[in-house]
Design a protein around this ligand. Sequence first.
Ligand SMILES: Cc1cc2nc3c(=O)[nH]c(=O)nc-3n(C[C@H](O)[C@H](O)[C@H](O)COP(=O)(O)OP(=O)(O)OC[C@H]3O[C@@H](n4cnc5c(N)ncnc54)[C@H](O)[C@@H]3O)c2cc1C
Length: 457
Amino acid sequence: MRPDSTPADVAPLEAILGDRLVRDPELMRPFARDTSRAALEGDPIGVVLAESTADVSEALRWASSTGTPVSVRGAGTGLAGGAMAYAGGLVISLERMARIIDIDVANGLAIVQPGVITAELDAAAREHGLFFPPDPASARISTVGGNIATNAGGLRCVAHGVTSDSVARLEVVLGDGRVLRTGARTRKNVVGYDLTRLFVGSEGTLGVVTEATVRLKPVPAGEPRTFRASFRDLESAGRAVSAIVAGQARPEVLELMDALSVEIIESFRPSGLTVPRGAMLVGQTVGHFGADAQAEAEAITALCRSLGADDTAISDTDELLEARRLSNPALNARGLKLSCDVGVPVAALAEVFRGISEISARHGKRVSTVAHAGDGNLHSTVESSDAAADIVAADAVLDDITRLALSLGGTISGEHGIGSLKRHELPWQQDDVALSVQRSIKAALDPAGVLTPGRAI
Ligand SMILES: Cc1cc2nc3c(=O)[nH]c(=O)nc-3n(C[C@H](O)[C@H](O)[C@H](O)COP(=O)(O)OP(=O)(O)OC[C@H]3O[C@@H](n4cnc5c(N)ncnc54)[C@H](O)[C@@H]3O)c2cc1C
């Protein structure tokens, strides 16, 4: 709500944007929420269906001059509440800015508008023998702009890093409507502060990304192989992940699903997976730098067997990874919807899994865990009904898991961001100096405080 709670006069913005400003409550509704369980504060005053950088500038100039809070929205697949509308606020949607402007094959770059769906950019790049490395499990439904704003991770991070590793330049509209261009098309660039990285992961609090130049990589020449390894307990699987990551083979993907997750995914959409006793690792090798993908997969599965895997297999199809991508909808369908996104140093995986089992037993709550295991990034999900007391009890389990991860040198969020849902956890990880420096940066870039206020930092 605006500080004085009086509705802002939206007529001047309407005069500029015409039907690109939606005011009908029914039509605004789909733009008011993201995919998190954050509660809606109230209806927005309008939704800007931006078609250009100029539209975003006009909207933010108006918002700053009227003190209207703004939420920024890509596809709304976010899980932290960052894109939720504010009561009486303005929503800026980037879904109409969805053009791939250029694929520069010679330099391995793509220039895109923020509303491009991630998997569509990847598919367009593949027509030129290139690919877009970031690969969130939501790649078919989330936008490149949203991935940049959350610094999304995903299945291929273990080999290619997170989204920030693939961003070269940004065009960003600041809170007062000015347009800032950061970075360069070059491989190397050390001019001034690294503003590109500052905006990546800023969750809509510092500016609105209206164009991005992202890095592409050549598709490896060999035939990829997927592999799986089943373990009788989670801890052994965790130890195997640490050993694989520390070893010579370079998996492109290294994911983990515990027994409960595999059972739930299988009953959601059967793909013939046998439920392991403890946990299953699934991964892919592609033969980086001339290595043979089959030989790499064999080396990894042999290592897994030496560390206690009781069943391993190698395949040339993608089904295992598809099963992993289904974990979020499958868990949701089963009512397991309260989850966390903690990260730990990879060598601490076995310890964190042991701790999670203890926490689950202590609270008497079933916990299922899937993990971008090669990155040490875990999504543990707790069973809960919609009853308030049940949610409080489930949150207590997640709080304990989060504190456990921190005690092992980890983080409260590996990839989903803080949004509104995890803001209370910030002081668990960051001290007063870190928090106040970030608030100073926010105040310098958005002095009117209209961009995604009260979230992320
Ligand atoms: C099934 C499923 C699987 C998922 N798997 C993964 C995964 O593997 N890895 C992962 O990291 N996440 C995952 N997510 C979470 C989510 O998809 C990511 O956070 C994604 O990056 C959000 O993109 P979006 O376009 O939907 O952004 P939104 O949800 O619309 O917005 C997310 C945040 O970014 C801001 N934002 C959006 N666009 C812009 C812009 N152009 N400029 C400035 N700020 C902007 C918003 O204000 C908000 O704070 C998953 C979600 C689902 C539903």
